[in-house]
Structure formats: structure tokens, C-alpha cells
Design a protein. Structure first.
Length: 315
């Protein structure tokens, strides 16, 4: 896209977005936090923005606070039937797909299809949504990951993806965020192999003060994160910058964008690194194969050739 525009301090900001008139974007989880800021900024820059949200009333309230062209559509990433319904209702080109929605460190729960809630929502829901919409995507897919992929012990537990043999909310969240990066890596490989111009990129907000942390199941962890929000976190507006940068700047496929400050907790958006585990092409391919099996959704970039059969689902 256009050359970077920076604010008076020389840093990339919400005012750095180019003119997005004529472009269409879908932002999942756009009714609050980073998702709302992302949708608001894209709409202000001229894009038509679809707020893909689980609660339509909250989505409509959010859209009412945005100046620009918006639309609200229901999407529950914890329900593959809802994901298929959303994708089936899509018509026309889609320039930007922003996979932003997520849940964090919940007590043990399952999705409607029987998957562990964090893996099912953060990874499998977006995996299915992306592949079902991919024949419409013209520019890029941005998936919001997290520094949690660096947590000790973060791994894809192929022998127990649902943590049936001992649930740990932190390990389950770290697995889902590592999955986001591996998904981006393998999606880009497949797009390149298919000769598609679409780019798959990832971003993380650093430590941003949003309501995501307030939903942690452990009250002690919730209290510590709320305290951390007050002491260390940047605003949700600053936290959205890496996502927006990844969406509009000329970054390479499979790039990862995060804050440039200490420990990537805050700062201006820049290209950042990832762990060896998040760069493992073999694990990325295996995760993709497993995800296709679990969701029943296959990779396809050809218009009209989307596969969306029934997923396996587990009770």
C-alpha cells in the first residue's frame, strides 16, 4: 500500500492508515476492545466494515459509535454451524479478514462442537472461517496472536488437544495462540504454492488493557491481570496498532507484527520475531491437517470451490 504516514513524534499511529475507500473488511469480535478500535479505524479510513459478533445487540451498539460504513452480522466462533452460516451469507469480494476475536484463560468449557473452548474459538473457529471465506479474499488475512505463544511449555498437544487428561487454562490459552501463528505460517505456504496474491500475516497487541483479561476464570489471575492493566498496559487504541499495521502496510507474507517497546509489551508497531515452536513448518502442516479433520473445512482459493462439510464434533 502507500508509504507509511507517521504522527508528529515520528511513530505510526491511527492517523497513518491510507485511504481505504472501496475496500471491505470483516473484523471478528469487533464490539469491544481491540476489535472495536480496529473496526472504527478502518471505517474512518473509508472501508466498509462488517462487525462479526456473537451478540448482535452489542454489535449494533458498537456500530452506532463508529463514523463510517458499517454492518453487523452474527458470528459465533464457538459454533461451526454459525461459522458456516456466516460464510454462506457472504457475497462479493472481501479485501481484509481480521481474525481478532478470542477468549482467554477460561475455566474448562467446550464449544458447541465439543472442542476445548480456547482452542475451539481462538484457532478452530477462525481456521474454518478463513478457509470458507478465502475464495472471496482479495488482499490479506490478519490473525491476532499473543505473546502467550512464548510462555514456558507452550506447545500443540496433539495427543490431547482438549486437555482432557488435566486442564490448565494458561496452557490451553498458550496452545491456542501458538496455533494462531502456525496457522498463519501454513496458510501463507499454501497461498504461495497456489499462486495466490493473498497474504496471511499475524499481529499481537502487546499488553493492552481490554476486557479480555476480566474474563479469566481464576479470580487471582484475574486480579493480577487487572492490576497489570493499571500499571503496565497500553490502551486498546495503542494495542490495535499492530493489527492495523499488518492490515494495511506492505509487510511480507507470514510476517508477525507487534509493539517495538520492552518485551514487546507496548510501543509502535514493527515486525517482530517468534519462537522456534511457532516457526516449525512440520508442526504447522500437521496442525493444519488435524484442523481440517476436526472442522471438515478444506483449503481452497478458487471461487465457488469452498468445502464446508460437517465437522467431526465431539461431545
Amino acid at each position: 500500500m502507500a508509504d507509511e504516514k507517521k504522527d508528529a513524534s515520528g511513530r505510526w499511529s491511527l492517523d497513518s492508515l491510507p485511504d481505504l475507500s472501496g475496500r471491505t473488511a470483516v473484523v471478528t469480535g469487533a464490539n469491544s476492545g481491540i476489535g472495536f478500535v480496529t473496526a472504527e479505524a478502518l471505517a474512518r479510513a473509508g472501508a466498509r466494515v462488517v462487525l462479526a459478533v456473537r451478540d448482535e445487540e452489542r454489535g449494533k451498539a458498537a456500530a452506532g459509535r463508529i463514523s463510517g460504513a458499517t454492518e453487523v452480522r452474527r458470528l459465533d466462533l464457538a459454533d461451526l454451524a454459525s461459522v458456516r452460516e456466516f460464510a454462506a451469507g457472504w457475497d462479493g469480494p472481501l479485501d481484509l479478514l481480521i481474525n481478532n476475536a478470542g477468549v482467554m484463560m477460561l475455566p474448562r468449557q467446550r464449544t458447541r462442537d465439543g472442542f476445548e473452548m480456547q482452542f475451539g474459538t481462538n484457532h478452530l473457529g477462525h481456521f474454518a472461517l478463513t478457509n470458507l471465506l478465502l475464495p472471496h479474499v482479495t488482499d490479506r488475512v490478519v490473525t491476532v496472536a499473543s505473546g502467550a505463544h512464548r510462555w514456558p511449555g507452550a506447545a500443540i498437544h496433539f495427543d490431547d488437544l482438549d486437555f482432557a487428561n488435566g486442564y490448565n487454562p494458561q496452557r490451553a490459552y498458550a496452545q491456542s495462540k501458538l496455533a494462531n501463528l502456525l496457522f498463519t505460517l501454513e496458510l501463507q505456504r499454501r497461498l504461495t504454492e497456489a499462486g495466490s496474491p493473498v497474504r496471511a500475516v499475524a499481529a499481537h497487541p502487546g499488553w493492552a488493557a481490554t476486557n479480555l483479561q476480566s474474563h479469566a476464570g481464576n479470580p487471582v489471575a484475574r486480579l493480577l491481570m487487572q492490576l497489570g492493566n493499571r500499571l503496565f498496559a497500553q490502551s486498546d487504541r495503542a494495542g490495535a496498532l499492530p493489527t492495523l499495521y499488518a492490515a494495511v502496510e506492505d509487510v511480507p507474507g507470514a510476517a508477525y507484527v507487534g509493539p517495538d517497546g520492552f518485551a514487546e509489551m507496548r510501543g509502535a508497531p514493527t515486525l517482530v520475531g517468534r519462537t522456534r515452536a511457532a516457526s516449525d513448518a512440520g508442526v504447522a502442516r500437521r496442525l493444519w491437517d488435524v484442523s481440517e479433520e476436526l472442522t471438515g473445512v478444506r483449503f481452497s482459493v478458487g471461487a465457488g470451490s469452498v468445502s464446508g462439510g460437517g465437522g467431526s464434533g465431539r461431545g
